[in-house]
Each structure stands twice: as structure tokens, then as C-alpha cells.
Design a protein around this ligand. Structure first.
Ligand code: SF4
Ligand code: SF4
Length: 442
């Protein structure tokens, strides 16, 4: 009977951990549905980016208030969860405050965790006020309804509950230590929870139930939080690191060429080239689709971008198209890509990947991203610059445009006219090559 809590704890841990691993496998499979792209170059630059942007949160501080609050929550959450290690060991072995042997260092750590937990609580409340009372516009745009809105709030409530349970657990523990209760070793320093202890009941058994209840709910809450991540924009807690590592390092204005098109153009421009020459071994043409109409046409980094998006809306708030009332929102592009990827993942769960790749499901990404959104983009890169975790919505827009132009011939009329002019006149204007310099005689 005395092992019952340990057995329950092992079941809780295995259940929570197992479900999390199952979802991580699904996440990895979905990301790998994307086309291959080599981002293994410039290793030291990539590590530096990851350390600076994901770990150091360097791009967050461009908006100082939100940035500072986010850093407090992020650091607090990471550091306080070091304490989870102690909870896990205690839960498995039936010990209590197993790291108490560290003496002064342990006291310092518990004291620091408490101060951080308090700061996290304050920050989360300010976040809630900004979102719900000050109603900052980027949190209330049209894509931020139903689940996205609830998701953002859920996580704030989660943080409040987890930090409160942590402080309540410590408060009851502190009170029990003061009473000299058996099993409650004299360890830790409690700069915040000692004030909560002052308002707790003085009965030892009641305090014991409060301490144990908060302890179990705290660890169960952390496991629930871990499993909630997959369904939430808060997946960025994990994915921000690989996302910044594998981000595009080329200069922002550079748009990659399609190899097959480049080859075709070279053939056209080289009078010596034989367009009917048999390709050399290893050079066989793979029939490819130009651009992207669905998530499986995007590369895996773009798909990882979609899962990493925090839905913060910083990109949309600087997007000139959005600011001038166009339908485009780069945040919505990322959200729709993620939603479609999830939808494809579910089809694959039931039909299998081979069946999906041959038969599809009758839908595409272009069913949710409209041509008006795609063509409203000025390709200014402001969204890419602004994103705090180096997400690149523009690359998805460009690939969708490529598909519309090269596979569907569905460019807007103005563009078609410009392209015909370039083809016929060597310039985007509607007059012959010989007249191009006439302006100088005016
Ligand atoms: S690149 Fe396009 S989507 Fe991004 S900010 Fe500029 S106009 Fe908006
Ligand atoms: S793409 Fe970046 S800036 Fe835009 S909402 Fe997502 S995380 Fe925020």
C-alpha cells in the first residue's frame, strides 16, 4: 500500500511522456512531408543565430514591454522547471526534497524559483490585461477568433495555475517545516510563499493535504501542458530552436531559381546548346510541379515554420499590404499552412501516405489562401525581418504565386501584360525596343 503513490506517479509519468512522444512523432512525420532542402551549410552562423535569437530572445526586445515580459515568462518557466527534476525523483523514489543535501545552494535555488514564479505571475497578468482589456489590435484581427484566441488565453491561465500551485505547495511545505512535521525536512528558502503560509490553516493534516494536493496537481499540470503544446501555438517553446537554426541565411531579397527553368533559359541563350541532347547519366529530368499548391509542395523548413509560428502578429502589424486594408496577413498565411498540414496529417493517419500522395483528399492549400491574399504581397520582406523567430511567410507566398503563374497561367492581368512586354519588347513597357530611349529627347 505504501508504494501506491509511487506506482500512480510512474503511471502518470509514462502516460504523459508516452502521449507526448506519440505527438512528437506525428509532428516530425508531418514536417517531413515537405520537400527536401539543404540547410546544413554555415554551421557556426546557424548555431550563433539559434543562441542569439531563440535562446537569447534578441528579436523580442524590438518591442520592449512585450519583449521584457516574454523574457521573464520564458526564463522563469525554463528555470522553475528545473525543480520538476526534483519532483520526478521524489515521485519515483518516495523521497521529499531529495536535493536538500545541497544546503545553501538549495535554499538559494528555491528562493530564486519563488521570485521568478512571482514575476511570471505578474507578467502573465499584464499579458492578459494587454490582450483582454487594452485589446491591442494585433490580438484582435480577424484570424484571431475561436481556437487561436482561446489558445492564447488557455496558456495564460495554465501559467497562472502552475505558478500558483508551485507557490501554494511551497507555502504548505514551509508551514509544515515550521511545525517540525515528520518527513518535511528543513530545507529551502521561501521569500514569497512564507506570506501565503501565514494565511493557511494551522492544522497539520490539512496542511499535509494542501501540500500533497498542490504537488500532484503541479506535476500533473506540467504533463498536461507538455501534451497541450502539440495542439497549440506554444509549440514554439520547442521549435523556436530548430527553426532559427535552419532559417534562410541568404540575403532577404534573394529569390531562389527553379533549376529546371534556369536550365531551360540557359539552353535558349546558348546558341551552341543542343536542346535535344540526351541528358548525361544522373542528369535525368525529374518531372516537377512548379511552385506549390499544397503543403506537400513546400519544403520541410516552411512546414516547420508553420508549426513554429507563435501567432504573435508582429509580421502582420508591419505588413504594408495589411496596413493598407488588403486581405493579406502573413500570420494568417502561416496559420492556414499549419491548419492544412494538420488536415493532411489526419488524412494520412487514416488512409496512409502513399494513398494520400496518389489520390489526395480533394483539397489544397489554395482552397484556404486566396489569390487576393497571394497577389497583395509586395515582397518587401518586412514580415520576415520582424518575426521574432525568423519565420519566412514570404517564401510560401512566392511558391504559391509560382504555381498560379507557371501551372495555372493565373497571374493578374497587369502582370500578364508586363510579362508579354518583357518577352516581346525586352522591357515591361508597351513600346518597342527601338523606342526605349525616346524619353531622353523629350
Ligand atoms: S513580404 Fe508580403 S506578406 Fe510580408 S510584409 Fe511584405 S507585403 Fe506583407
Ligand atoms: S510569422 Fe512570426 S511574426 Fe508572424 S505571427 Fe508567426 S511568429 Fe509572429
Amino acid at each position: 500500500m505504501s508504494y501506491l503513490p509511487n506506482i500512480l506517479f510512474v503511471i502518470l509519468l509514462l502516460g504523459g511522456g508516452g502521449f507526448f512522444l506519440k505527438n512528437i512523432r506525428k509532428l516530425s512525420r508531418n514536417i517531413k512531408l515537405g520537400k527536401d532542402i539543404d540547410r546544413s551549410d554555415r554551421g557556426s552562423e546557424r548555431w550563433g543565430n539559434m543562441a542569439r535569437i531563440a535562446l537569447g530572445q534578441s528579436k523580442m526586445v524590438s518591442r520592449p514591454i512585450a519583449g521584457l515580459l516574454h523574457i521573464v515568462v520564458y526564463v522563469g518557466f525554463l528555470i522553475i522547471n528545473i525543480e520538476v527534476l526534483e519532483i520526478i525523483i521524489d515521485g519515483l523514489l518516495g523521497t521529499h526534497r531529495v536535493f536538500a543535501f545541497a544546503g545553501g545552494l538549495y535554499d538559494f535555488l528555491i528562493g530564486s524559483f519563488e521570485i521568478l514564479a512571482f514575476l511570471v505571475l505578474v507578467s502573465v497578468i499584464i499579458f492578459w490585461i494587454r490582450r483582454m482589456i487594452l485589446k491591442i489590435p494585433r490580438f484582435w484581427s480577424k484570424e484571431m477568433t475561436s481556437w487561436p484566441k482561446n489558445d492564447a488565453l488557455n496558456i495564460l491561465y495554465f501559467e497562472i495555475v502552475l505558478m500558483s500551485l508551485f507557490l501554494l505547495m511551497n507555502a504548505a511545505d514551509y508551514a509544515l517545516q515550521q511545525m517540525g512535521a515528520i518527513h518535511y525536512v528543513q530545507a529551502g528558502s521561501f521569500p514569497i510563499s512564507q506570506y501565503i503560509a501565514a494565511i493557511l490553516p494551522e492544522n497539520e493534516l490539512t496542511l499535509f493535504y494542501i501540500e500533497r494536493g498542490a504537488w500532484w496537481l503541479h506535476i500533473a499540470g506540467i504533463l498536461v501542458f507538455l501534451n497541450y503544446l502539440y495542439y497549440s501555438k506554444h509549440l514554439h517553446i520547442l521549435l523556436a530552436f530548430p527553426n532559427t537554426f535552419y532559417a534562410n541565411l541568404e540575403s532577404q531579397g534573394r529569390i531562389d531559381n527553379l533549376a529546371s527553368v534556369t536550365k531551360e533559359v540557359k539552353l535558349m541563350m546558348d546558341p551552341e546548346a543542343d536542346p535535344y541532347a540526351v541528358p548525361e547519366a544522373g542528369e535525368e529530368e525529374i518531372v516537377e510541379k512548379f511552385g506549390a499548391s499544397d503543403v506537400t509542395d513546400l519544403n520541410w523548413v516552411q512546414l516547420m515554420n508553420a508549426y513554429t509560428c507563435t501567432e504573435c502578429g508582429r509580421c502582420t502589424s508591419v505588413c504594408p499590404a495589411n496596413q493598407t486594408g488588403k486581405e493579406l496577413s502573413p500570420r494568417a498565411i502561416m496559420m492556414k499552412t499549419r491548419d492544412r498540414l494538420e488536415e493532411v496529417g489526419k488524412v494520412i493517419d487514416t488512409k496512409g501516405e502513399d494513398s494520400f500522395r496518389t489520390e489526395g483528399d480533394g483539397k489544397t492549400l489554395l482552397d484556404t489562401i486566396s489569390e487576393a491574399e497571394i497577389w497583395a504581397c509586395t515582397s518587401c520582406n518586412a514580415c520576415v525581418t520582424e518575426c521574432p523567430i525568423n519565420i519566412d511567410p514570404l517564401s510560401i507566398i512566392i511558391d504559391l504565386r509560382r504555381y498560379l503563374v507557371m501551372e495555372n497561367s493565373a497571374a493578374p492581368q497587369e502582370l500578364n501584360l508586363m510579362m508579354s512586354n518583357i518577352e516581346n519588347n525586352g522591357a515591361p513597357w508597351q513600346y518597342g525596343q527601338m523606342d526605349r530611349l525616346n524619353w531622353k529627347d523629350e
